[in-house]
Design a protein around this ligand. Structure first.
Ligand code: PMV
Length: 354
């Protein structure tokens, strides 16, 4: 990019704009803990996309100035459940300096070839952020797509290289974001001995009817960020147990998705969520992401699932208080009963079908 800039093949100037849109994703097998290296996960992970939980990002070049760390990158976030593509360009209100994390990400991106560029990042999220609905996944994926659009990355790279470029950059912002670059419903972030790669998973056609609900137990920002959760994870005695199970779990889950074996998907997903939270509770820093209310919803879900013998439903929980449920149409009556038992609770869905 530096060379292209020298030859004036990439010329950013005031008024240039890049935009990108990405869906959030929900990990069935989670990314929890890192090995040494740059955003090097300790295990592989597998996710399902949540197309109704979208982030739309626009980047505006505001001009070329001498570097000024305080006003170089600005940011504004908006909540919008409208189609963001229909929003006017004038919504740029309340510009604030970026968070340290976003600032350092943008600095890493521009420093080597355009250190004088000043940009404003505008983000629209159609769902609550930082509460375990993986807003950082869609956030960084949409940001990197917008950056790629801004510098017209497709002019420099082949389509498969563009995808790899986006996966690598978004992973630097937030590991799980690399699973939000693909448009495929099920994505495998595969850790191999010396490198990592991304795969779109084949799935049984019956999962086109898979449904999703999340119980909004609490949408305040989580008390311990996932970055700190990743750091704490290796101090738990369960960490190595989970790591050893991971290769077999990913293999079995990929096969179960392809073959339509719901009970296996359910077992692996629920076990992995329990292990992830077990790790968090037994690390050096004992942290509990879920609350009493989270537990009550999951407990009733399990009770009703047994009582009604409706097996094609599962729960999982990320680093937050809001439990997710994935279910086939056959288990809809179970979800309806569960919702009736918590009349005060708000629910959202990440998709109605795949
Ligand atoms: O991408 P991060 O660093 O926010 O970590 C994601 C952690 C989990 O959401 C709990 C699991 C996952 O794989 O998405």
């Amino acid at each position: 990019m530096y060379e292209a800039r020298q030859k004036e093949e990439i010329l950013l100037q005031n008024g240039d704009m890049g935009e990108g849109i990405a869906f959030s994703n929900l990990a069935l097998i989670k990314y929890w803990g890192k090995d040494e290296g740059v955003q090097n996960p300790s295990t592989s992970s597998i996710s399902v996309h949540l197309p109704l939980f979208k982030t739309y990002t626009r980047i505006f070049v505001k001009g070329r100035f001498k570097p000024d760390p305080f006003t170089h990158f600005t940011h504004s976030t908006h909540f919008s459940d409208k189609n963001p593509l229909s929003l006017p360009l004038s919504v740029m209100t309340q510009q604030t300096p970026c968070s340290l994390k976003l600032e350092s990400f943008l600095d890493t991106f521009f420093r080597g070839w355009a250190p004088e560029i000043k940009v404003h990042v505008e983000t629209f999220n159609g769902f609550p952020t930082a509460c375990g609905i993986a807003s950082s996944a869609s956030g960084y994926a949409a940001l990197v797509k917008a950056l790629g659009h801004l510098i017209q990355i497709e002019k420099w790279l082949e389509p498969h290289e563009v995808k790899e470029w986006m996966e690598s950059w978004s992973r630097l912002g937030s590991g799980s974001a690399c699973r939000s670059i693909s448009e495929s419903p099920f994505v495998y972030w595969k850790k191999e001995t010396f490198h990592q790669k991304m795969e779109d998973l084949i799935f049984h056609p019956k999962y086109q009817k898979l449904e999703h609900s999340i119980a909004l137990v609490n949408t305040d920002a989580k008390e311990l960020s996932s970055s700190d959760g990743h750091k704490n994870a290796p101090t738990s005695p369960f960490y190595e147990i989970r790591r050893r199970k991971n290769i077999q779990d990913c293999k079995e889950l990929s096969e179960a998705l392809a073959e339509g074996h719901f009970s296996l998907i359910r077992r692996i997903t629920e076990e992995d969520a329990l292990l992830m939270h077990g790790i968090s509770l037994t690390g050096k820093l004992k942290h509990q992401y879920f609350s009493f209310k989270t537990q009550s919803v999951i407990e009733r879900f399990l009770f009703l699932r047994n009582e009604m013998s409706l097996d094609e439903a599962l729960w999982t929980l990320d680093a937050g208080k809001n439990p997710h449920f994935l279910f086939m149409p056959s288990a809809k009556p179970l979800m309806e009963r569960l919702k009736l038992e918590f009349p005060e609770m708000k629910w959202m869905t990440g998709f109605s079908h795949l």
